[in-house]
Design a binder for this molecule. Structure first.
Ligand code: T5A
Length: 216
């Protein structure tokens, strides 16, 4: 039985997950809670190496779709055993920028692998590490991609392998996330992320506070 909390941020490209995770963490830390922030793929030495392979073909060739699924899951399994479960067990809270719903949305709804198969592999990878709350930052594809383009302007590294997928792929991912939020209402909280960062952060905080600090 774990004592900490696991909160995950999900959403399409450019939804503002990292921005909102940082803003939530500041508010949680102000309450004296130990927070571990982590991201997927990555968060461990092995996971960061896998991230390089997945995003920029660091192995010299793009993974086939089946390898892609297994590489995301390998990174996740390592992150859960090495970082997430030990943190939860000592009572820390973990805020994770993407978790297993990303595989269901991107590789399931996006690439077209059976969603139930993705969920089965997810369960194998994470064991008992199921999020207490998943915040879905919903953004339409064009706005999300505009934000990514703005951030990338002037940088040597342009879109990564998955960001470069067709708009139709990203639209399936967005619709997949909305479907997951409908399927798992006990865990998912959907937030309109097509606004300025501050009102989004206020909504996120309200959801977290109501769920975990009902006394205020
Ligand atoms: N993936 C991942 C899979 O296919 N399957 C999986 O199982 C997993 C785990 C990871 C890639 O891997 C895929 C999904 C991804 O394609 P990544 O580099 O980790 O890639 O990037 P993402 O997680 O996709 O993160 P994004 O680059 O999309 O960004 P965020 O974190 O959503 O957004 P953020 O906060 O960095 O903001 C993006 C830009 O927008 C601005 C920020 O300042 C920044 O410049 N911004 C806003 N601008 C206006 N209004 C707001 N409200 C804003 N919020 C942020």
């Amino acid at each position: 039985m774990t004592k900490g909390r696991l909160i995950t941020f999900e959403g399409p490209e450019g939804a503002g997950k990292s921005t909102q995770a940082a803003m939530l963490i500041a508010r949680l830390e102000a309450r004296g809670i130990e927070i571990i922030y982590t991201r997927e793929p990555g968060g461990t030495k092995l996971g960061e190496a896998i991230r390089g392979v997945l995003q920029y073909n660091a192995a010299g060739e793009a993974p086939c779709p089946e390898s892609e699924v297994l590489l995301f899951e390998a990174s996740r399994a390592q992150l859960v055993r090495q970082v997430i479960l030990p943190a939860l067990e000592r009572g820390a809270w973990v805020v994770c920028d993407r978790f297993f719903d990303s595989t269901t949305a991107y590789q399931g709804f996006g690439r077209g692998f059976p969603v139930e198969l993705m969920e089965t592999i997810n369960r194998f990878a994470v064991g008992e590490a199921v999020p207490d709350m998943t915040i879905l930052l919903d953004v339409n594809v064009s706005l999300g991609m505009q934000r990514c383009a703005k951030r990338q302007a002037g940088q040597a590294m342009k879109y990564d392998r998955i960001e470069s997928e067709a708009l139709e792929f990203h639209e399936r991912v967005r619709q997949g996330y909305l479907e997951l939020a409908r399927r798992y209402p006990e865990r998912f909280r959907q937030v309109d992320a097509m606004r300025h960062a501050e009102p989004i952060a206020d909504d996120v905080w309200r959801l977290v506070r109501d769920a975990f600090f009902p006394e205020g």
